[in-house]
Design a protein around this ligand. Structure first.
Ligand SMILES: N[C@@H](CCC(=O)N[C@@H](CS)C(=O)NCC(=O)O)C(=O)O
Length: 228
């Protein structure tokens, strides 16, 4: 990772985010950044991690070797998607996404955690899917599917009251999680029997923050001269 600094058109030095267009945790941070009006204040640093072999450049900034990792203009590093949102929200949003006061904070953090459960289990499922078929653990996959459904059902029960609420970090995390299911797990059919979540997602998906942060799989992007 280079140390060269980039600036916005107003001459403000940009923060840097270790980034991948395929990570649901990165997308969660980026949706939050856009919601806070910080979309152009963050330089995206393409970063490839596999979860298998640690990447020294990432470890140098974040000992866990994970993305997203944020590097602020003063060199401060912040990692874990929820911590980054808390940091940005505290510095620029005054608790817009993650309220300081209880019990509101606990309510939001509960949604953050349920959405995080969906993202974590999905990533675990991807790793399993990448293993040769004969080495896959069928029991593990059944357990993952069960947890995904549990989290989705808990959120469905909660969703009816969200239409009157301002957007928070839980909604942001959930939007990234549902987007990830659409991106990687069409077979999960999360919308079936979850009308409240479906309606909520349809509305959220129109937000500029969601549209600006679409997942992209570079392996599936059509190359020039590629036949359809
Ligand atoms: N709890 C972390 C999870 C981040 C995470 O798992 N990121 C993945 C990419 S989607 C990663 O960096 N994997 C590499 C590794 O775990 O070594 C967060 O919310 O930011």
């Amino acid at each position: 990772m280079t140390d060269s600094k980039t600036e916005t058109s107003n001459g403000i030095t940009k923060m840097r985010l270790l980034w991948s267009s395929r990570s649901p945790f990165v997308r969660k941070v980026l949706i939050a950044a856009h919601e806070l009006g910080l979309g152009d204040r963050i330089e995206l640093v393409p970063t490839f991690v596999t979860g298998k072999i640690p990447v020294p450049d990432v470890e140098a900034l974040n000992p866990s070797g994970q993305i997203p990792t944020l590097v602020d203009v003063d060199g401060a590093t912040v990692f874990d998607s929820t911590a980054i949102i808390d940091y940005l929200d505290t510095k620029f949003g005054s608790g817009l996404l993650l309220p300081r006061a209880y019990p509101q904070r606990l309510d939001v953090l509960r949604r953050v955690a349920l959405a995080q459960g969906i993202k974590e289990k999905s990533i675990r499922w991807i790793s399993e899917r990448l293993r040769p078929e004969e080495h896959r653990d069928a029991e593990l996959v059944v357990g993952i599917a069960r947890t995904l459904n549990n989290c989705l059902d808990a959120l469905e029960t909660d969703a009816a009251r969200w239409k009157d609420m301002p957007i928070d970090a839980g909604h942001v995390g959930l939007a990234a999680a549902l987007g990830y299911l659409d991106f990687r797990f069409a077979q999960v059919s999360w919308r079936t029997r979850r009308p409240a979540l479906e309606t909520w997602h349809k509305t959220f998906a129109q937000r500029p923050s969601y549209i600006a942060t679409e997942f992209v799989d570079p392996n599936k992007v059509a190359q020039p001269n590629t036949k359809p």
